[in-house]
Design a protein around this ligand. Structure first.
Ligand code: TNX
Length: 632
């Protein structure tokens, strides 16, 4: 009888377990190198559960895991000798795992993660967390059996540099927000946080030798609304919109990131983009006219009638012919180099407007004395000086691809943003490269139709699929020079952390696959399915993300003087419905099958459905807008 009862219990438990099967089939972002699993067989976390770790560094990873498991499970994991979850640093390194790889094995008896280095254990732990039911993302206790599918995973990254960049100058983010951003990126095995700390719109890092930088440079006049067209500061208007990190706070962020195996790379953007520094110390510029202000989001660019860039109305570049500028840079990088324990310091170098240099008697004389024929060579002179300063602090220089202009500094690494071409050029000369072409990885650009996306810069669109299909290693170069890639979040038009998350995800999920997973595992349809799992998890975790990938893509063109509109979707299995009579489209509207060719003035309204349920937004484009786009 007892036996029968036990068998019945076992049966009902197995049923219960297999009911969960769909819920927790192994889905991991980024896609592991190799994963096998046994369908319907699980390990259930016991309570009280135990973790073992074989070195002090492994214990740190165990502590991180404990902390992540506690809120939703309520289980107080003890660290013991032979734990239910075992974290082991290999005594004999496994060459295929390198510094960041791991093996994760879940059997009905328990969990084992092994790695050569703590970073690998940490990534094994991230995969384990992703294997747990999505409720693990909750911050309060969930009463349930915590089942983990039995898997064997062998995993290691394709690239050593997997970054996200956050611009905290255009819009400031608090220490807690920055930590939250870092904690989230760690889930997807990103290992580099590029912190864009200075720009025209605010200097955000305390430099003790140069107190004005944060006294003046960290504050701007307050403006609300659409960043980019704000009124210039008025005479005597107080600058009340302030934000910077003290050195203690910077250390705190670096330590927080370090427990997540993320290196923090500081960017001090010189010689352009330096309004905040010049407002603090006007002697740094050629003009020295005291007219440079910490930009609150005003437009300082001038364009001619044909739409070509003419120049800047405010001088925002450092004067490369003035020794005091190098003294300033030395002071800044002395402190930066002590704070940030990682090899690279990013010196910016992008978009330096050289018009003020061209007209400056000092710069002209300096160029003549030094045999510099063009202002690009003057910039190159500047970058080489900065490289010497950075190297004198025991660090390496990385900068945006403009540092190639006029000749690259001898050991500089290049972050290629205008396209991949700067990266190709640099790699061909034997320089290391981080690929960040705006066409694929600029997550400040809209990810869907601009008519339904939030305020954003619009010189391009980066749809999820173009992020996913990005290939960081061009054919013609030696792949050893490509350190990896990043997604860059510029924040001119990113107004708060929720908005930052919306811009980041799902594109940073896609790019996690690009930077971590083997190239041959790239599979768009498979990614879409995994992404949907993560959307549910993000819902529970309270992380914002965009669903723009489900929206229709409207492509108007003019053919034989008639407007023709093609509509596509980037996700398969989605139906498009539209109207041209001003009514709101739904599943009963015309289903899109072929390009729409219709004469006369009309408004196209389009939406998308999947399995009979609306999944995309309604996009409404009137005739003028369609024609405008068709002509582009
Ligand atoms: C270009 S990317 C910039 C940034 C802007 C960004 C906007 C780069 C190195 N410079 O200053 O914020 O475009 O997408």
């Amino acid at each position: 009888m007892k036996k029968l009862y036990f068998a019945a219990l076992l049966y009902s438990l197995t049923c219960a377990f297999s009911l969960y099967a769909q819920d927790i089939a192994p889905v991991i972002i980024p896609q592991p190198v190799n994963i096998t699993y046994q369908k319907g067989v699980y390990f259930a976390l016991p309570s009280p559960a135990t973790i073992s770790a074989n070195t002090p560094a492994a214990v740190e990873v165990a502590d991180f895991l404990k902390e992540k498991l506690l809120p939703a499970t309520g289980y107080n994991f003890r660290i013991t000798e032979q734990g239910d979850i075992q974290l082991n640093i290999n005594t004999i390194p496994d060459p295929k795992l390198g510094n960041e790889g791991y093996i994760l094995s879940v059997t009905t008896a328990g969990i084992n993660i092994s790695a050569n280095k703590p970073a690998g254990l940490f990534y094994g732990v991230q995969s384990l967390l992703q294997l747990l039911p999505k409720e693990i993302e909750r911050k309060t206790i969930v009463k349930k059996t915590w089942l983990i599918p039995t898997v064997e995973i062998t995993d290691y990254p394709r690239f050593e540099w997997r970054g996200l960049m956050l611009d905290v100058s255009r819009h400031f983010f608090t220490v807690d927000e920055v930590k939250q951003y870092i904690d989230n990126m760690a889930k997807y095995k990103y290992n580099t946080f590029h912190w864009h700390l200075t720009d025209d719109h605010g200097w955000r890092i305390e430099i003790k030798a140069l107190p004005q930088l944060t006294k003046i440079g960290a504050c701007r006049v307050k403006r609300e609304g659409k960043f980019g067209n704000f009124e210039f500061p008025k005479d005597g208007e107080p600058a009340t919109d302030c934000g910077y990190y003290t050195q203690e706070q910077i250390k705190d962020v670096i330590a927080y990131a370090a427990t997540r195996h993320i290196q923090v790379i500081p960017e001090i953007d010189v010689p352009g983009h330096s309004s905040a520094a010049i407002a603090s110390y006007p002697y740094l510029s050629c003009t020295k006219d005291g007219k440079t202000f910490v930009n609150p989001g005003s437009n300082i660019a001038q364009w001619d009638s044909a739409g070509n860039f003419k120049g800047l109305t405010v001088d925002n570049s450092l004067n490369p012919s003035d020794e005091r500028v190098y003294t300033f840079i030395d002071l800044v990088f002395s402190e930066v180099a002590v704070l940030f324990p990682y090899p690279y310091i990013h010196m910016g170098g992008d978009e330096c407007y050289k018009g003020y240099w061209e007209n400056d008697p000092g710069c002209k004389a300096f160029m003549q004395q030094n045999g510099l024929r063009h202002v690009n060579e003057l910039q190159s002179y500047f970058v080489k000086r900065v490289e010497k300063i950075i190297e004198s602090k025991g660090k390496k220089l990385i900068g945006w691809d403009e540092i190639l202009q006029g000749g690259i500094a001898p050991n500089a690494a290049v972050m290629s943003w205008q396209s991949i071409n700067g990266g190709i050029e640099a790699a061909k000369m034997g320089h290391y490269v981080v690929m960040t072409p705006n066409q694929n990885v600029y997550i400040d650009l809209p990810q869907g139709d601009i008519s339904v996306e939030p305020d954003a810069l619009t010189y391009g669109t980066v749809r999820l699929k173009s992020a996913y299909l990005f290939e960081p290693v061009p054919n013609e170069i030696d792949s050893k020079y490509i350190l990896g890639g990043q997604a860059n979040l510029w924040t001119e038009k990113v107004y708060d952390m929720k908005h930052a998350q919306y811009m980041t995800y799902p594109r940073a999920w896609a790019l996690a696959d690009v930077y971590w997973s083997p190239k041959e595992k790239r599979d768009w349809n498979g990614f879409v399915k995994r992404m949907e799992t993560y959307m549910h998890r993000a819902d529970i975790a309270g992380i914002n993300y965009a669903r723009s990938t489900y929206d229709a893509i409207v492509k108007p063109r003019v053919e034989n003087n008639i407007l023709t509109v093609t509509i596509e979707t980037e996700v398969d299995g989605i139906d498009i419905y539209y109207t041209t009579n001003n009514s709101t489209p739904n599943i009963q509207s015309e289903r899109y099958k072929q390009p729409i060719t219709k004469e006369g003035d009309y408004t196209l309204k389009v939406t998308t459905y999947r399995n009979g349920r609306q999944i995309g937004k309604i996009i409404s484009l009137d005739y003028n807008e369609l024609m405008k786009r068709a002509k582009k």
